[in-house]
Design a protein around this ligand. Sequence first.
Ligand SMILES: NC(=O)c1ccc[n+]([C@@H]2O[C@H](COP(=O)([O-])OP(=O)(O)OC[C@H]3O[C@@H](n4cnc5c(N)ncnc54)[C@H](OP(=O)(O)O)[C@@H]3O)[C@@H](O)[C@H]2O)c1
Length: 182
Amino acid sequence: MPAPARLVMVVAVAENGVIGRQGDLPWRLSSDLKLFRRLTLGKPLIMGRKTFESIGKPLDGRDNIVVTRNPDFDAAGTLVADSIEAALHLARDCAGARGADEIAVIGGAQIYRAAMPYTDRIYLTRVHAAPEGDTVFPGLAEADWREAAREPFAAGPKDDHDFTLVTLERLRPPDEAPRGAA
Ligand SMILES: NC(=O)c1ccc[n+]([C@@H]2O[C@H](COP(=O)([O-])OP(=O)(O)OC[C@H]3O[C@@H](n4cnc5c(N)ncnc54)[C@H](OP(=O)(O)O)[C@@H]3O)[C@@H](O)[C@H]2O)c1
């Protein structure tokens, strides 16, 4: 039997912790969007309602699970969950159906915070800039994580900044998401 899919986060964080501004990203990083696609393709994604609206459409080749407390939320091409635990439950079913080895939490800040206790791995793009913003990534307890890989990228013609992809692995096993929570 295949191992259950691991829960990962995919996030781009500036040196000052900023991840968003006025409902959007505070930079243009075309190369990081390509990395994002590579890291998430073929996997179930979990995102907050605001992040879904900022993207504006479901992402192709992936299951799009939107977390919202609004019982009337309805958007073509998405699955809807009313809690992070319900989203994890749905995502596990999707991962099983696809044979995906990872479920990716793709933000924003509220959803990163809620999913943190269940997360095994973080694909963290460290953006080498300190832009103004109104949304920040929740702090990481350093003792819980080890750096498994690091890959620097110089800004290309469609990138505002240099960045580094850092892969963090949790040192202790993550919390078990409650079963049957959907
Ligand atoms: N740099 C990056 O990698 C990155 C990635 C993603 C997003 N972002 C940025 O982050 C910003 C958005 O982040 P955000 O924190 O404001 O919003 P968000 O996490 O995307 O969405 C928040 C919404 O999710 C729902 N929600 C949150 N917690 C919930 C829970 N426990 N149970 C049920 N529903 C829950 C609520 O929806 P309802 O109000 O509908 O109930 C809430 O208003 C944007 O600027 C975006 O561009 C950056």
